[in-house]
Design a protein around this ligand. Structure first.
Ligand code: ADP
Length: 641
């Protein structure tokens, strides 16, 4: 039942419910001796008790089937075998000796000629249906196949018997060699056999109605209408015959005309449906053709022997061949031979789309012999002529040129960057020397000429000395900035340890300022440049303490959350805050917002932080709030993902 369409499941449930209901009705009729329930239709002969039991058992088995679980399968098999065994015994005693299996439930009443005995034909049909249900729970395809055709026999014979009952033609349901099959039994058997056939929708005649082709669609659409129309016409004709409503000639003419009218209506309806489908198919074909023709890529269809069937305009432009020249040629003319071999190898594995030229370089050859780089996608396509291959070929010459230009430029940039860093380093380093000389001479002047150096001159020299010291500090900071990340070591880094170490290092400052540092969330273990990351936290926590409000103890919180491919950290404080206009400029080197007099520093800390965030594939920013301190946030690429 796995993979069976929902409609068929419903069909199985409805039809087996009808059969079970008929069987149950009959059982109740027998138990409380209520004739209408036994007969289903008054005036007809009744269903035997044993038949009713068997029908209920098979109906229950079919109702369990759509659930399709292992234990359910065992129950279904047991129920089906019970019915098969019981019906076989009945059939056996019909042919050989009577051992009163009929009186098992309801004893025979010789006066009323009542017996629970199953009609031999019914017994045979119950055996077939029971076996079909049993084999449906097994994996034997052959048995399922055989049983499917036997079930068709049951449906047809019981259908004929039903028609016989409806038209009141005893020859169709009353056979001399066996007892009569009641209307209710025939109806229940039709329901059971058709429900069982639909369990295997792709086997036997039923596949005609369950398939997905246009013919199956038409069979579904027409069969019921045709069946019921003919039945109705036949029934009316039968009534006419019985009650002599019309003369025989008029009756025959009316029947013929009605039949022709119904046939015409059905033909008209089916033709319209087929034309509609055909029209849709033509539109789809035309759209496909247009799509292929207007594609910016060269598209080529080839058969199983790699012979070109069709090529689009773009192929002509790209390769220089006309379509006539290409038709019937080997695909090797268009696709390099080794790529074709690769495609055939890959195709063996999965028979799916194969892309070539992504990891390896592939070159195609034009008619004039020139080569160009390509990317090829080969797609197996099913057609009525068999499997064909659609090759989509992209000329990637331009992309390759651009990639080469970018690669050259990146290399050039890297070299220039290194040169620049080197020059900066040398320059900063060499600048220290003249500064030291100036500073030394100022000291010498003060020592050698103590009498002359006094008053205003002493003050000027003091300012000069302070300026050289400050310049020396700036140059050293600049050197440190240049060196940052040069000898970086990448590895697993425990951020909890990093922050705890920074807090320990800043212990004195924390104590003096009465600061509280809270780690709000468990900080992650990630892949990073540990020394640099530590410097980043140190700068941010140090700033958070440094830029505190007067007479307010700093409250600093550190935390982190994991985002898609990133870790986002934050360091927030209750300090003096940063105005919106300064939120970007503070990350520039030597940019300070508060003057030196208020808070000492050189404006290098945040520039370092930015550089560290950059080398971790992340960014850094501040969310300012003049009143309520500031929150610095930075991201780090989650290198594990
Ligand atoms: P420095 O601390 O040496 O001034 P930074 O690069 O560390 O240099 O900081 C640049 C500027 O950013 C500082 O001058 C200050 O105005 C501002 N700043 C940095 N951190 C904070 C903070 N936690 N609260 C308020 N302002 C800050």
């Amino acid at each position: 039942m796995n993979g069976i369409h929902l409609t068929y499941k419903r069909f199985v449930i409805y039809t087996s419910s009808i059969a079970t209901f008929i069987g149950l009705m009959s059982i109740c009729g027998w138990l409380i001796n209520f004739n209408i329930l036994k007969h289903t239709i008054s005036g007809h002969i009744e269903m035997k008790f044993n038949t009713a039991v068997c029908i209920v058992l098979l109906g229950t088995a079919l109702l369990l089937r759509p659930k399709n679980n292992q234990s359910g399968r065992h129950v279904i098999k047991a129920l089906a075998l019970l019915v098969v065994g019981f019906s076989a015994l009945t059939l056996f005693q019909d042919i050989f000796i009577n051992f009163s299996v009929d009186d098992l439930f309801i004893p025979e009443d010789p006066v009323k000629n009542v017996s629970g005995r199953i009609n031999p034909l019914t017994a045979l049909f119950l055996i077939i249906t029971g076996l079909a249900i049993f084999f449906n729970c097994t994996d034997s395809k052959r048995c399922k196949h055989v049983m499917q055709y036997q079930l068709h026999l049951v449906t047809i014979v019981c259908g004929v018997i039903l028609i016989g009952h409806l038209f009141d033609v005893p020859q169709f349901y009353m056979f001399n060699f066996i007892t009569t099959m009641p209307f209710s039994t025939a109806l229940a058997l039709v329901a059971l056999s058709s429900a069982t056939t639909i369990l295997n929708p792709s086997y036997g005649v039923v596949s005609l109605f369950t398939g997905k082709m246009i013919g199956n669609y038409m069979a579904r659409k027409l069969s019921m209408k045709m069946f019921f129309s003919i039945l109705l016409l036949g029934y009316l004709h039968n009534l006419d015959h019985r009650y002599n409503w019309l003369s025989p000639q008029l009756g025959s003419v009316l029947l013929t005309v009605s039949f022709m009218a119904i046939t015409l209506i059905l033909i008209w309806e089916s033709c319209t449906a087929i034309n509609r489908i055909d029209h849709k198919k033509n539109i789809a074909r035309e759209n496909f053709r247009l799509g292929v023709e207007s594609s910016p890529y060269a598209l080529i269809l080839s058969d199983a022997n790699d012979k070109i069937i069709h090529a689009n305009v773009q192929t002509e432009r790209l390769y220089g061949y006309t379509r006539k020249e290409l038709a019937g040629q080997s695909l090797e003319l268009i696709i390099p031979e080794n790529s074709l071999t690769l495609y055939h190898e890959k195709k063996q594995d999965n028979n799916k789309v194969v892309a070539l030229g992504i990891e390896e370089d592939i070159f195609a050859v034009r008619k004039d012999g020139t080569q160009f780089p390509v990317e090829i996608v080969l797609t197996p396509v099913k057609t009525i002529e068999g499997a064909v291959v659609m090759a989509s070929i992209f000329d990637i010459s331009l992309r390759k040129q651009q990639e080469n230009i970018i690669r050259d430029q990146v290399i050039e940039l890297q070299v220039k960057n290194q040169e620049l860093e080197h020059v900066t380093y040398i320059a900063s380093h060499d600048l220290q020397e003249p500064l030291r000389t100036v500073s030394n001479y100022i000291t010498l002047l003060e020592e050698d000429y103590p009498d002359q150096i006094n008053g205003e001159i002493k003050q000027h020299l003091g300012t000069m000395q302070a300026a050289t010291t400050r310049m020396s500090l700036l140059i050293r900071s600049f050197l440190d900035y240049g060196k940052l990340g040069r000898n970086r070591k990448f590895g697993p880094t425990n951020c909890n340890d990093v922050v705890n170490n920074v807090v320990a290092d800043l212990n004195n400052l924390i104590k003096c300022s009465n600061a509280t540092i809270t780690i709000a969330t468990k900080l992650p273990l990630l892949y990073a440049y540990e020394t640099e990351l530590r410097l980043l936290f140190q700068n941010l926590i140090n700033n958070a303490i440094k830029f505190r409000k007067k007479d307010v103890a700093p409250q600093i919180t550190v935390g982190c959350k994991e985002l898609d491919g990133f870790f986002e950290f934050y360091v927030s404080d209750n300090g003096i805050g940063i105005s919106c206009k300064d939120k970007d400029v503070i990350f520039h080197i030597f940019k300070r917002v508060k003057t030196e007099e208020e808070y000492e520093g050189h404006g290098i800390g945040l520039a370092n932080c930015k550089k560290i965030a950059d080398i971790h594939g992340g960014k850094i920013w501040v969310e300012p709030g003049t009143e309520s301190g500031s929150t610095f946030k930075f991201t780090i690429l989650n290198f594990k993902t």
